[in-house]
Write a protein that binds this ligand. Structure first.
Ligand SMILES: [Zn+2]
Length: 238
């Protein structure tokens, strides 16, 4: 019984949903940061026998990746904001032009959610009197504080997450001996990816084993292919 109540509590806790949205964006960003920065580092390490170009390419990849991730997030979330704003404006117009139809529409939404016809009508009427646009935006369009897009916050969050993720393989290029740099980059980056994948799976309540398998496979493919390209390049240059 106690367990069930906690589960329901968790389910109803808006903060949990907000947290999980943020977590997913942060994990995605950090994952990208680790994988793309490590792949660049491994590719250049495979083609170069000196450290400086490796450090330079890794740092350039980290900065470029973080900025493009932030810019991409800003653009995509901004367009979502634009759509939301246009929807809200159309809703405002509809409420002005056809208030009775809108009231009926709202009542039908509450009826579908399980209220009796009369109760649904009454709730719709009272909420319309209180704040018609607010009720329609929330219950008809499904836009609420939690889902409302915040472009700058999203951009900063994913840019920061990418940077934190990318810093890990970058530190490896600074300190690990050159002879074993390629394999160390692969090993360390895979370890970082596995820890991140396991944390995300745990926080999201999904299978940790599956998450680790998935990230190990795709991480190996990405880093393996760039190492191959680096070696091919090295043969051509050497
Ligand atoms: Zn409406």
């Amino acid at each position: 019984m106690v367990e069930k109540l906690e589960e329901i509590d968790d389910y109803l806790d808006p903060h949990y949903i907000q947290r999980s949205n943020w977590l997913r964006a942060a994990v995605l960003g950090a994952n990208d940061g680790i994988l793309s920065t490590a792949s660049i580092a491994i590719g250049v390490a495979a083609a170069s026998d000196i450290r400086d170009p490796i450090i330079l390419a890794t740092l350039a990849g980290l900065v470029a990746g973080a900025l493009s991730m932030a810019a991409g997030e800003y653009v995509s979330v901004s367009s979502q904001t634009d759509v939301e704003k246009a929807d809200i404006e159309r809703e405002r117009q509809e409420l002005k032009e056809m208030p009775e139809i809108e009231l009926q529409r709202l009542a039908e939404i509450y009826e579908k959610r399980g209220l009796k016809k009369e109760t649904a009508r009454k709730v719709a009427q009272e909420l319309t009197e209180h704040d018609a646009l607010g009720a329609h935006v929330r219950d008809e369009l499904g836009i609420n504080d939690i889902s409302q897009a915040k472009p700058m916050q999203a951009a900063l969050a994913s840019g920061a997450a990418f940077t934190v993720g990318g810093l890990l393989p970058f530190l490896v290029t600074l300190f690990i001996p050159l002879e074993s740099l390629e394999y160390s980059l692969y090993g360390f980056s895979l370890l970082f990816l596995i820890i991140l994948g396991a944390l995300a799976a745990k926080a999201g309540g999904s299978s940790i084993g599956k998450a680790i398998l998935r990230i190990t496979f795709w991480g190996t493919v990405a880093m393996g292919l760039t190492a191959l390209v680096g070696h091919l390049f090295n043969v051509n240059v050497g």
